[in-house]
Design a protein around this ligand. Structure first.
Ligand code: IFM
Length: 452
Protein backbone atom coordinates (compact mmCIF):
# COMPACT_ATOMS: atom_id res chain seq x y z
CA UNK A 1 0.00 0.00 0.00
CA UNK A 2 1.39 3.39 -1.03
CA UNK A 3 0.83 5.97 1.69
CA UNK A 4 -0.76 9.08 0.23
CA UNK A 5 -0.01 12.64 1.26
CA UNK A 6 -2.49 15.50 1.40
CA UNK A 7 -0.79 18.59 0.19
CA UNK A 8 -2.48 20.98 -2.24
CA UNK A 9 -0.19 22.97 -4.59
CA UNK A 10 1.12 26.22 -3.09
CA UNK A 11 -1.07 28.35 -5.37
CA UNK A 12 -4.25 26.36 -4.68
CA UNK A 13 -7.35 28.18 -3.46
CA UNK A 14 -7.45 25.62 -0.67
CA UNK A 15 -4.73 27.50 1.14
CA UNK A 16 -6.99 30.53 1.38
CA UNK A 17 -8.45 30.48 4.89
CA UNK A 18 -11.72 31.89 3.56
CA UNK A 19 -12.24 28.81 1.41
CA UNK A 20 -14.51 26.84 3.70
CA UNK A 21 -13.67 23.18 4.35
CA UNK A 22 -16.29 21.17 6.19
CA UNK A 23 -17.80 17.75 6.67
CA UNK A 24 -21.38 16.61 6.08
CA UNK A 25 -23.97 14.14 7.35
CA UNK A 26 -27.76 13.72 7.25
CA UNK A 27 -30.25 13.03 10.02
CA UNK A 28 -31.60 9.62 9.04
CA UNK A 29 -28.15 8.33 8.18
CA UNK A 30 -26.62 8.98 11.62
CA UNK A 31 -29.16 9.81 14.33
CA UNK A 32 -30.96 6.56 15.17
CA UNK A 33 -33.44 7.06 18.06
CA UNK A 34 -36.34 6.79 15.67
CA UNK A 35 -38.93 6.22 18.41
CA UNK A 36 -37.71 8.85 20.87
CA UNK A 37 -39.06 12.18 22.06
CA UNK A 38 -42.14 12.12 19.87
CA UNK A 39 -40.44 11.51 16.53
CA UNK A 40 -43.00 10.35 13.95
CA UNK A 41 -42.39 7.54 11.47
CA UNK A 42 -40.70 8.57 8.21
CA UNK A 43 -40.81 7.01 4.75
CA UNK A 44 -37.33 5.60 5.35
CA UNK A 45 -38.49 3.77 8.49
CA UNK A 46 -41.23 2.14 6.45
CA UNK A 47 -39.08 1.43 3.40
CA UNK A 48 -36.07 0.01 5.24
CA UNK A 49 -38.33 -2.21 7.36
CA UNK A 50 -39.79 -3.71 4.17
CA UNK A 51 -38.01 -6.98 3.32
CA UNK A 52 -35.74 -6.77 0.29
CA UNK A 53 -35.49 -2.99 0.13
CA UNK A 54 -32.07 -2.52 1.77
CA UNK A 55 -28.90 -4.59 1.77
CA UNK A 56 -29.00 -7.09 4.67
CA UNK A 57 -32.30 -5.51 5.77
CA UNK A 58 -30.39 -2.65 7.43
CA UNK A 59 -32.43 0.24 8.84
CA UNK A 60 -31.69 3.62 10.44
CA UNK A 61 -33.15 2.54 13.78
CA UNK A 62 -29.81 2.90 15.60
CA UNK A 63 -27.43 4.10 12.86
CA UNK A 64 -24.48 5.92 14.53
CA UNK A 65 -26.57 6.63 17.62
CA UNK A 66 -25.70 10.27 17.08
CA UNK A 67 -28.89 11.36 18.86
CA UNK A 68 -27.30 10.17 22.11
CA UNK A 69 -23.63 10.65 21.22
CA UNK A 70 -23.83 14.10 19.63
CA UNK A 71 -21.56 15.74 22.23
CA UNK A 72 -18.75 13.31 21.53
CA UNK A 73 -19.33 13.77 17.79
CA UNK A 74 -19.14 17.56 18.06
CA UNK A 75 -15.83 17.19 19.95
CA UNK A 76 -14.48 14.94 17.20
CA UNK A 77 -15.66 17.29 14.48
CA UNK A 78 -14.04 20.28 16.15
CA UNK A 79 -10.80 18.32 16.57
CA UNK A 80 -10.57 18.08 12.76
CA UNK A 81 -10.02 21.85 12.44
CA UNK A 82 -12.81 22.10 9.84
CA UNK A 83 -14.66 25.39 9.53
CA UNK A 84 -18.19 24.11 9.06
CA UNK A 85 -20.56 21.21 9.58
CA UNK A 86 -23.42 20.36 7.22
CA UNK A 87 -26.27 18.47 8.88
CA UNK A 88 -29.94 17.93 8.22
CA UNK A 89 -33.03 18.27 10.36
CA UNK A 90 -35.40 15.37 10.59
CA UNK A 91 -38.82 16.77 9.71
CA UNK A 92 -40.69 13.94 11.52
CA UNK A 93 -38.66 14.67 14.66
CA UNK A 94 -39.59 18.33 14.93
CA UNK A 95 -43.21 18.52 13.81
CA UNK A 96 -46.27 16.83 15.28
CA UNK A 97 -49.03 15.13 13.33
CA UNK A 98 -51.16 18.27 13.50
CA UNK A 99 -48.31 20.51 12.30
CA UNK A 100 -47.25 21.92 15.66
CA UNK A 101 -43.60 22.23 16.80
CA UNK A 102 -42.39 19.16 18.69
CA UNK A 103 -40.30 20.96 21.31
CA UNK A 104 -38.43 17.84 22.44
CA UNK A 105 -37.15 17.15 18.94
CA UNK A 106 -36.37 20.82 18.33
CA UNK A 107 -34.39 20.95 21.59
CA UNK A 108 -31.99 18.35 20.17
CA UNK A 109 -31.10 20.57 17.19
CA UNK A 110 -30.98 23.71 19.30
CA UNK A 111 -28.38 22.26 21.64
CA UNK A 112 -26.45 20.71 18.76
CA UNK A 113 -26.30 23.99 16.81
CA UNK A 114 -25.32 25.93 19.92
CA UNK A 115 -22.52 23.46 20.65
CA UNK A 116 -21.24 23.75 17.07
CA UNK A 117 -21.29 27.53 17.23
CA UNK A 118 -19.49 27.43 20.59
CA UNK A 119 -16.70 25.47 18.88
CA UNK A 120 -16.47 28.13 16.17
CA UNK A 121 -18.03 25.94 13.47
CA UNK A 122 -20.35 27.38 10.84
CA UNK A 123 -23.66 25.55 10.54
CA UNK A 124 -25.06 24.48 7.15
CA UNK A 125 -28.50 23.06 7.74
CA UNK A 126 -30.59 21.11 5.24
CA UNK A 127 -34.32 20.96 5.87
CA UNK A 128 -35.10 17.89 3.81
CA UNK A 129 -32.63 15.07 3.31
CA UNK A 130 -35.20 12.47 2.23
CA UNK A 131 -37.03 11.63 5.47
CA UNK A 132 -40.61 12.63 4.66
CA UNK A 133 -43.09 12.06 7.50
CA UNK A 134 -44.94 8.83 6.63
CA UNK A 135 -48.35 10.42 7.26
CA UNK A 136 -47.70 12.79 4.34
CA UNK A 137 -46.69 9.92 2.08
CA UNK A 138 -49.96 8.22 3.03
CA UNK A 139 -51.69 11.18 1.36
CA UNK A 140 -49.59 10.85 -1.82
CA UNK A 141 -46.23 12.24 -0.68
CA UNK A 142 -44.46 14.52 -3.12
CA UNK A 143 -46.86 13.54 -5.91
CA UNK A 144 -49.51 15.45 -3.95
CA UNK A 145 -49.17 19.23 -4.38
CA UNK A 146 -50.25 19.71 -0.78
CA UNK A 147 -46.89 18.30 0.40
CA UNK A 148 -45.16 21.40 -1.04
CA UNK A 149 -47.33 23.60 1.21
CA UNK A 150 -46.73 21.31 4.18
CA UNK A 151 -42.98 21.62 3.56
CA UNK A 152 -43.27 25.41 3.53
CA UNK A 153 -45.12 25.28 6.88
CA UNK A 154 -42.33 23.12 8.30
CA UNK A 155 -39.67 25.56 6.96
CA UNK A 156 -41.55 28.49 8.47
CA UNK A 157 -41.89 26.81 11.87
CA UNK A 158 -38.32 25.51 12.17
CA UNK A 159 -36.66 28.71 10.97
CA UNK A 160 -38.57 30.66 13.63
CA UNK A 161 -37.45 28.16 16.26
CA UNK A 162 -33.77 28.02 15.22
CA UNK A 163 -33.18 31.52 13.89
CA UNK A 164 -29.77 32.95 14.70
CA UNK A 165 -28.16 29.51 15.02
CA UNK A 166 -27.80 28.73 11.31
CA UNK A 167 -25.29 30.18 8.86
CA UNK A 168 -26.86 28.67 5.76
CA UNK A 169 -30.19 26.98 5.17
CA UNK A 170 -30.54 24.54 2.29
CA UNK A 171 -34.15 23.67 1.57
CA UNK A 172 -33.70 20.29 -0.15
CA UNK A 173 -30.91 17.81 -0.56
CA UNK A 174 -30.77 16.30 -4.06
CA UNK A 175 -34.36 16.66 -5.28
CA UNK A 176 -33.31 14.50 -8.25
CA UNK A 177 -32.85 11.51 -5.95
CA UNK A 178 -36.06 12.17 -4.02
CA UNK A 179 -38.04 12.40 -7.26
CA UNK A 180 -36.31 9.80 -9.43
CA UNK A 181 -35.25 7.16 -6.94
CA UNK A 182 -38.24 7.72 -4.66
CA UNK A 183 -40.98 7.79 -7.29
CA UNK A 184 -39.36 6.68 -10.60
CA UNK A 185 -36.99 3.75 -10.12
CA UNK A 186 -38.24 2.90 -6.63
CA UNK A 187 -34.70 2.30 -5.32
CA UNK A 188 -35.38 4.73 -2.47
CA UNK A 189 -38.31 5.40 -0.17
CA UNK A 190 -41.22 5.46 -0.77
CA UNK A 191 -40.36 2.98 -3.56
CA UNK A 192 -42.87 4.09 -6.20
CA UNK A 193 -42.05 3.26 -9.83
CA UNK A 194 -43.56 5.53 -12.41
CA UNK A 195 -41.80 8.33 -14.28
CA UNK A 196 -45.07 10.30 -14.30
CA UNK A 197 -44.95 10.29 -10.49
CA UNK A 198 -41.27 11.27 -10.61
CA UNK A 199 -41.76 14.38 -12.74
CA UNK A 200 -44.76 15.51 -10.69
CA UNK A 201 -42.84 14.84 -7.47
CA UNK A 202 -39.93 16.91 -8.79
CA UNK A 203 -42.24 19.81 -9.52
CA UNK A 204 -43.71 19.71 -6.04
CA UNK A 205 -40.29 19.37 -4.41
CA UNK A 206 -39.09 22.46 -6.26
CA UNK A 207 -42.31 24.31 -5.50
CA UNK A 208 -41.87 23.44 -1.82
CA UNK A 209 -38.33 24.77 -2.06
CA UNK A 210 -39.48 28.09 -3.55
CA UNK A 211 -42.25 28.51 -0.99
CA UNK A 212 -39.81 27.74 1.83
CA UNK A 213 -37.25 30.31 0.62
CA UNK A 214 -39.68 33.12 1.41
CA UNK A 215 -40.13 31.98 5.01
CA UNK A 216 -36.42 31.36 5.60
CA UNK A 217 -35.55 34.85 4.41
CA UNK A 218 -38.29 36.48 6.49
CA UNK A 219 -37.59 34.54 9.68
CA UNK A 220 -33.80 34.38 9.63
CA UNK A 221 -32.53 37.29 7.54
CA UNK A 222 -28.87 36.93 8.50
CA UNK A 223 -28.61 33.36 7.16
CA UNK A 224 -27.83 32.41 3.56
CA UNK A 225 -30.56 30.48 1.72
CA UNK A 226 -29.95 27.89 -0.98
CA UNK A 227 -30.57 24.37 -2.21
CA UNK A 228 -28.38 21.32 -2.84
CA UNK A 229 -28.39 19.48 -6.19
CA UNK A 230 -26.59 16.30 -7.13
CA UNK A 231 -25.03 16.53 -10.57
CA UNK A 232 -23.50 13.92 -12.84
CA UNK A 233 -21.05 13.97 -15.71
CA UNK A 234 -22.23 12.00 -18.73
CA UNK A 235 -19.96 11.08 -21.62
CA UNK A 236 -20.14 8.62 -24.49
CA UNK A 237 -17.42 6.59 -26.15
CA UNK A 238 -19.58 6.81 -29.28
CA UNK A 239 -18.37 9.98 -30.99
CA UNK A 240 -21.21 9.97 -33.55
CA UNK A 241 -23.93 12.63 -33.27
CA UNK A 242 -26.31 10.10 -31.79
CA UNK A 243 -23.75 9.02 -29.18
CA UNK A 244 -23.05 12.61 -28.20
CA UNK A 245 -26.77 13.31 -28.00
CA UNK A 246 -27.10 10.40 -25.57
CA UNK A 247 -24.45 11.97 -23.30
CA UNK A 248 -26.15 15.36 -23.60
CA UNK A 249 -29.49 13.80 -22.66
CA UNK A 250 -27.93 12.13 -19.63
CA UNK A 251 -26.75 15.48 -18.29
CA UNK A 252 -30.01 17.17 -19.24
CA UNK A 253 -31.96 14.59 -17.27
CA UNK A 254 -29.64 14.65 -14.25
CA UNK A 255 -28.55 18.28 -14.08
CA UNK A 256 -30.76 20.59 -16.13
CA UNK A 257 -34.01 18.99 -14.95
CA UNK A 258 -33.21 20.55 -11.56
CA UNK A 259 -31.03 23.55 -12.39
CA UNK A 260 -33.09 25.01 -15.27
CA UNK A 261 -36.27 25.55 -13.22
CA UNK A 262 -34.22 27.04 -10.38
CA UNK A 263 -32.04 29.29 -12.53
CA UNK A 264 -34.07 29.77 -15.75
CA UNK A 265 -37.64 29.29 -14.47
CA UNK A 266 -38.42 26.55 -16.99
CA UNK A 267 -37.95 22.80 -17.51
CA UNK A 268 -35.86 21.75 -20.52
CA UNK A 269 -38.38 20.80 -23.22
CA UNK A 270 -36.28 17.84 -24.43
CA UNK A 271 -37.25 16.09 -21.18
CA UNK A 272 -40.70 15.47 -22.59
CA UNK A 273 -39.19 13.76 -25.65
CA UNK A 274 -37.27 11.51 -23.30
CA UNK A 275 -40.39 10.88 -21.20
CA UNK A 276 -43.38 11.43 -23.50
CA UNK A 277 -46.55 12.14 -21.55
CA UNK A 278 -44.73 12.78 -18.27
CA UNK A 279 -45.00 16.56 -18.23
CA UNK A 280 -46.10 17.64 -14.75
CA UNK A 281 -49.08 19.81 -13.95
CA UNK A 282 -47.74 23.34 -13.44
CA UNK A 283 -49.98 26.11 -12.14
CA UNK A 284 -49.68 29.80 -13.02
CA UNK A 285 -46.96 31.44 -10.97
CA UNK A 286 -45.21 28.18 -9.97
CA UNK A 287 -42.08 28.81 -12.02
CA UNK A 288 -41.60 32.28 -10.51
CA UNK A 289 -41.83 30.78 -7.03
CA UNK A 290 -39.33 28.05 -7.94
CA UNK A 291 -36.94 30.51 -9.56
CA UNK A 292 -36.66 32.78 -6.50
CA UNK A 293 -33.09 34.14 -6.18
CA UNK A 294 -30.64 31.98 -4.22
CA UNK A 295 -27.70 33.01 -2.04
CA UNK A 296 -25.85 29.82 -2.86
CA UNK A 297 -26.12 26.60 -4.80
CA UNK A 298 -24.86 23.39 -3.19
CA UNK A 299 -23.38 20.91 -5.63
CA UNK A 300 -22.93 17.22 -4.80
CA UNK A 301 -20.66 15.37 -7.20
CA UNK A 302 -19.54 11.75 -7.16
CA UNK A 303 -18.90 10.14 -10.57
CA UNK A 304 -19.14 9.97 -14.34
CA UNK A 305 -21.52 7.78 -16.32
CA UNK A 306 -20.78 6.45 -19.80
CA UNK A 307 -23.83 6.13 -22.03
CA UNK A 308 -24.86 5.10 -25.54
CA UNK A 309 -28.06 5.76 -27.43
CA UNK A 310 -30.87 3.28 -26.74
CA UNK A 311 -31.81 3.49 -30.42
CA UNK A 312 -35.02 5.36 -29.53
CA UNK A 313 -35.33 8.67 -27.68
CA UNK A 314 -33.05 7.93 -24.77
CA UNK A 315 -29.77 6.42 -23.60
CA UNK A 316 -28.43 3.32 -21.87
CA UNK A 317 -25.58 3.19 -19.38
CA UNK A 318 -22.59 1.05 -20.36
CA UNK A 319 -19.78 0.55 -17.84
CA UNK A 320 -16.30 1.49 -19.02
CA UNK A 321 -13.68 -1.19 -18.44
CA UNK A 322 -10.36 -0.61 -16.71
CA UNK A 323 -11.29 2.57 -14.87
CA UNK A 324 -10.79 3.23 -11.16
CA UNK A 325 -13.94 2.60 -9.13
CA UNK A 326 -15.12 3.03 -5.55
CA UNK A 327 -16.81 0.51 -3.24
CA UNK A 328 -20.11 1.73 -4.76
CA UNK A 329 -18.85 0.77 -8.22
CA UNK A 330 -18.81 4.46 -9.17
CA UNK A 331 -16.05 5.64 -11.51
CA UNK A 332 -13.50 8.02 -9.95
CA UNK A 333 -13.52 10.94 -12.39
CA UNK A 334 -12.37 14.23 -10.84
CA UNK A 335 -12.29 16.15 -14.11
CA UNK A 336 -16.06 15.71 -14.34
CA UNK A 337 -16.41 18.07 -11.41
CA UNK A 338 -14.24 20.75 -13.02
CA UNK A 339 -16.03 20.30 -16.33
CA UNK A 340 -19.52 20.63 -14.82
CA UNK A 341 -18.65 23.67 -12.70
CA UNK A 342 -17.17 25.49 -15.65
CA UNK A 343 -20.22 24.55 -17.76
CA UNK A 344 -22.71 25.81 -15.15
CA UNK A 345 -20.76 29.06 -14.90
CA UNK A 346 -21.00 29.43 -18.69
CA UNK A 347 -24.65 28.39 -19.08
CA UNK A 348 -26.33 30.12 -16.13
CA UNK A 349 -25.64 33.88 -16.07
CA UNK A 350 -27.32 34.16 -12.65
CA UNK A 351 -25.43 31.22 -11.10
CA UNK A 352 -25.07 32.00 -7.39
CA UNK A 353 -21.90 31.27 -5.41
CA UNK A 354 -21.30 27.52 -5.17
CA UNK A 355 -20.42 25.26 -2.28
CA UNK A 356 -19.48 21.68 -3.01
CA UNK A 357 -21.83 20.34 -0.36
CA UNK A 358 -20.86 16.69 -0.90
CA UNK A 359 -17.94 14.85 -2.42
CA UNK A 360 -16.28 11.71 -1.19
CA UNK A 361 -16.18 7.97 -1.70
CA UNK A 362 -17.02 4.65 -0.13
CA UNK A 363 -14.19 2.26 0.66
CA UNK A 364 -14.20 -1.10 2.40
CA UNK A 365 -12.37 0.28 5.46
CA UNK A 366 -11.32 -1.72 8.49
CA UNK A 367 -9.49 -0.79 11.69
CA UNK A 368 -6.16 -2.63 11.87
CA UNK A 369 -4.00 -2.04 14.95
CA UNK A 370 -6.02 1.07 15.70
CA UNK A 371 -5.45 2.61 12.26
CA UNK A 372 -7.57 2.93 9.12
CA UNK A 373 -5.49 3.31 5.97
CA UNK A 374 -8.04 4.76 3.54
CA UNK A 375 -5.41 5.66 0.98
CA UNK A 376 -7.78 5.60 -2.00
CA UNK A 377 -9.99 8.19 -0.26
CA UNK A 378 -7.00 10.48 0.39
CA UNK A 379 -6.06 10.29 -3.26
CA UNK A 380 -9.73 10.85 -4.24
CA UNK A 381 -10.00 13.96 -2.06
CA UNK A 382 -6.70 15.35 -3.36
CA UNK A 383 -7.78 14.97 -6.96
CA UNK A 384 -11.29 16.35 -6.53
CA UNK A 385 -10.05 19.34 -4.54
CA UNK A 386 -7.61 20.04 -7.34
CA UNK A 387 -10.53 19.91 -9.80
CA UNK A 388 -12.31 22.52 -7.66
CA UNK A 389 -9.15 24.62 -7.59
CA UNK A 390 -8.99 24.51 -11.38
CA UNK A 391 -12.63 25.54 -11.66
CA UNK A 392 -11.99 28.51 -9.36
CA UNK A 393 -8.97 29.46 -11.48
CA UNK A 394 -11.27 29.31 -14.52
CA UNK A 395 -13.54 31.89 -12.91
CA UNK A 396 -16.17 29.81 -11.09
CA UNK A 397 -17.20 31.24 -7.72
CA UNK A 398 -16.77 28.17 -5.48
CA UNK A 399 -16.56 29.12 -1.82
CA UNK A 400 -16.28 25.86 0.03
CA UNK A 401 -16.14 22.08 0.03
CA UNK A 402 -17.76 19.55 2.37
CA UNK A 403 -16.47 16.01 2.60
CA UNK A 404 -19.14 13.34 2.48
CA UNK A 405 -19.10 12.12 5.08
CA UNK A 406 -17.98 13.01 8.57
CA UNK A 407 -18.48 9.40 9.63
CA UNK A 408 -19.52 6.04 8.20
CA UNK A 409 -23.31 5.85 8.20
CA UNK A 410 -26.50 4.33 6.81
CA UNK A 411 -25.99 4.45 3.06
CA UNK A 412 -29.70 4.15 2.18
CA UNK A 413 -30.49 1.04 0.13
CA UNK A 414 -26.88 -0.15 0.68
CA UNK A 415 -27.19 -0.11 4.47
CA UNK A 416 -24.01 -0.11 6.53
CA UNK A 417 -21.75 -2.04 4.17
CA UNK A 418 -20.62 1.01 2.20
CA UNK A 419 -18.37 3.27 4.24
CA UNK A 420 -18.15 6.93 3.20
CA UNK A 421 -16.79 8.41 6.44
CA UNK A 422 -13.45 9.98 7.24
CA UNK A 423 -14.23 8.63 10.70
CA UNK A 424 -14.75 4.88 11.01
CA UNK A 425 -17.75 3.67 13.01
CA UNK A 426 -17.78 0.21 14.58
CA UNK A 427 -21.53 -0.35 14.62
CA UNK A 428 -21.34 -3.09 17.29
CA UNK A 429 -19.66 -0.81 19.84
CA UNK A 430 -20.30 2.64 18.29
CA UNK A 431 -16.57 3.32 18.64
CA UNK A 432 -15.35 6.11 16.38
CA UNK A 433 -11.81 5.92 14.90
CA UNK A 434 -10.26 8.68 12.85
CA UNK A 435 -9.21 7.31 9.46
CA UNK A 436 -5.92 8.46 7.98
CA UNK A 437 -7.85 10.80 5.64
CA UNK A 438 -9.29 12.63 8.67
CA UNK A 439 -5.84 12.95 10.21
CA UNK A 440 -4.29 14.39 7.05
CA UNK A 441 -7.13 16.87 6.52
CA UNK A 442 -6.75 17.97 10.16
CA UNK A 443 -3.01 18.43 9.70
CA UNK A 444 -3.49 20.41 6.49
CA UNK A 445 -6.04 22.72 8.12
CA UNK A 446 -3.68 23.32 11.06
CA UNK A 447 -0.89 24.22 8.61
CA UNK A 448 -3.26 26.49 6.73
CA UNK A 449 -4.31 28.42 9.79
CA UNK A 450 -0.68 28.73 10.90
CA UNK A 451 0.15 30.34 7.54
CA UNK A 452 -2.77 32.80 7.48
O1 IFM B 1 -25.13 9.14 1.33
C1 IFM B 1 -25.56 9.90 0.25
C2 IFM B 1 -26.17 11.20 0.71
O2 IFM B 1 -27.21 11.00 1.60
C3 IFM B 1 -26.70 11.97 -0.47
N1 IFM B 1 -25.70 12.11 -1.49
C4 IFM B 1 -24.98 10.94 -1.90
C5 IFM B 1 -24.41 10.22 -0.69
C6 IFM B 1 -23.63 8.97 -1.12
O3 IFM B 1 -24.47 8.12 -1.84
Amino acid sequence: MVEQTFSPPADSVLWNKDFLIGAATAAYQIEGAIHEDGRLPSIWDTFSATPGKTLAGDTGEVACDHYHRWEQDVELLASLNVGAYRLSISWPRVMTLDGQPNQKGIAFYRKLLKALRAKGLQTYVTLYHWDLPQHLEDKGGWVNRDTAYKFAEYADMISRELKGLVDAWATLNEPWCSAMHGYGTGHHAPGKQDVVFATQAMHHLLLGHGLAVKHLRANDPSAQVGIVANVGRGTSTDSSAIGQRAAWLFELQHNNWVLDPLLKKSYPSALWELWPGAEPTILNGDMDIIGAPLDFLGINYYFRTNVVSDGKHGYTEVDLEGVERTQMGWEVYPDGLRHLLVGFHRDYPNLPPIYITENGMATDDAVVDGEVHDEQRISFLNRHLEAVNQAVKAGVDVRGYFIWSLMDNFEWAFGYERRFGIIHVDYATQKRTLKRSAKLVTQFLAERSAKN
